[in-house]
Design a protein around this ligand. Structure first.
Ligand SMILES: Cc1cc2nc3c(=O)[nH]c(=O)nc-3n(C[C@H](O)[C@H](O)[C@H](O)COP(=O)(O)OP(=O)(O)OC[C@H]3O[C@@H](n4cnc5c(N)ncnc54)[C@H](O)[C@@H]3O)c2cc1C
Length: 379
């Protein structure tokens, strides 16, 4: 499809990357984004070498690297900071490129700049989709009724496009919940560290010279919320068993507004397309964040979809071709990520000690090789 009208629903990582890619390929598209204004979003994010490959293809890798921080190493430690294993991202760099940690707001700005003149309607969503063999008719929340050659649902884990196309597709709860935060913290040797406790993990990632992004994960029943006075104190108390730099980071927190809390859910199965409407990114296959690969998978989806459309393939062939190229890789990463989460969230103290001892016996090169293998597989 070299000509036609494409609607992208969702101006997040997948949506903006797709718009940037389509714009570069000369295919007209527009974005509708539910949020009324672009806001500084989220905490930090790690873009692995495969995510950075997509950013390179969009001509945005240098901007990402300039706004973020290159990670040389990722370490796993126990809750007190004693080493368990290391992955050497630096060793991947010569042939696969860098791993970059960046604030999500900065990533969003870079991607948005990459979309150039693509029109964006903020505060707008889809109310109805009628997807047929020769076109898709859409009713938008601003009252417009439009016909498109393709509708791309890039509207995240709770996708409205998915719901309109396929009804309710259930999300699976991982069994653990997560707080994300960014704090002003003098960065010394910290690059990326994930500390494994007992049913809890605490991750620390330097996103620039003065800030760290942290994620704090705990086993918990689904749907528990905590707010109101004393939240910060309760959060500090919950992770008080961690050593290393965690006590200083917890002390550096100034406001409960710095905490972003979500239950971690995934979408392990479900259809990707119907007629001329397709899901990409979290809307199609949200995964647990244990490998830091959700955005990478979303970016890879967008790259493959743009490549297929730009090749001139008709939409009705491009959508099954997208699934054929993407599904097994995405499901493999999803399965691996779930497994890592299960191991990382072990709660029994004896099992945790056995896990840590067993992992210390694995050579560091194994972690780096696994990353290399995943990153060099064809997308
Ligand atoms: C704790 C945590 C840590 C993570 N860390 C990493 C990491 O380090 N590396 C990594 O690669 N991935 C990571 N991920 C995963 C990553 O955040 C997601 O996979 C990624 O954001 C998915 O991108 P997306 O564009 O599909 O969805 P989103 O980024 O969620 O974007 C969806 C967009 O659609 C908009 N939208 C929603 N509904 C509508 C609607 N009805 N109409 C119009 N617009 C709508 C939203 O406002 C948003 O702008 C992490 C996830 C979590 C939860």
């Amino acid at each position: 499809m070299r000509q036609g009208r494409v609607l992208i629903v969702g101006g997040g990582i997948a949506g903006l990357a797709t718009a940037a890619g389509l714009a570069r390929a000369g295919i007209a598209c527009e974005i509708v984004e539910r949020t009324p204004q672009w806001q500084p979003v989220g905490a930090g994010i790690v873009l692995g070498v495969n995510a950075m490959r997509v950013m390179r293809g969009l001509g945005l890798a240098e901007a990402v690297a300039a706004r973020g921080r290159r990670l040389g190493q990722g370490a796993i430690t126990d809750h007190l900071g004693r080493p368990i294993g290391t992955s050497d991202f630096g060793l991947l760099e010569a042939d696969l490129g860098p791993t970059i940690a960046i604030h999500r707001a900065a990533l969003h700005e870079v991607l948005l700049a990459g979309t150039g003149e693509v029109p964006v309607s903020l505060g707008t969503t889809v109310d109805a989709i009628d997807s047929r063999a020769d076109h898709t008719r859409v009713r938008l929340s601003d009252g417009r009724e439009e016909r498109y050659d393709l509708v791309i649902g890039a509207d995240g884990i709770r996708s409205r496009v998915r719901e309109l196309l396929f009804g309710e597709v259930p999300l699976t709860y991982s069994g653990y919940t997560c707080w994300r935060l960014v704090v002003d913290f003098p960065v010394d040797d910290v690059q990326m560290r994930e500390m494994w406790g007992f049913g809890q993990r605490f991750g620390i990632v330097a996103i620039d010279d003065a800030h760290v992004y942290c994620f704090a994960v705990a086993n918990a029943p689904r749907g528990q919320t905590d707010s109101g006075p004393g939240l910060l104190g309760r959060f500090r108390e919950r992770f008080a068993g961690f050593g290393g730099q965690v006590p200083q980071i917890l002390a550096a927190l100034e406001s409960p507004d710095q905490l972003i809390h979500n239950d971690l859910e995934e979408l392990p199965a479900g259809p990707w397309f119907d007629g001329r409407a397709v899901l990409i990114g979290d809307a199609a296959h949200a995964l647990t964040p244990n490998m830091g690969q959700g955005a990478a998978m979303a970016l890879e989806d967008s790259m493959v979809l743009v490549e297929l459309l730009a090749s001139g393939m008709p939409v009705v062939d491009a959508l099954p071709a997208l699934v054929a190229r993407r599904e097994s890789r995405v499901r493999w990463v999803q399965d691996q990520s779930r497994r890592i989460g299960r191991i990382g969230q072990l709660e029994n103290r004896l099992l945790c000690r056995l896990r840590n001892s067993a992992m210390r016996l694995v050579p560091d090169s194994a972690g780096t090789s696994a990353l290399r293998k995943m990153a060099s597989q064809p997308i």
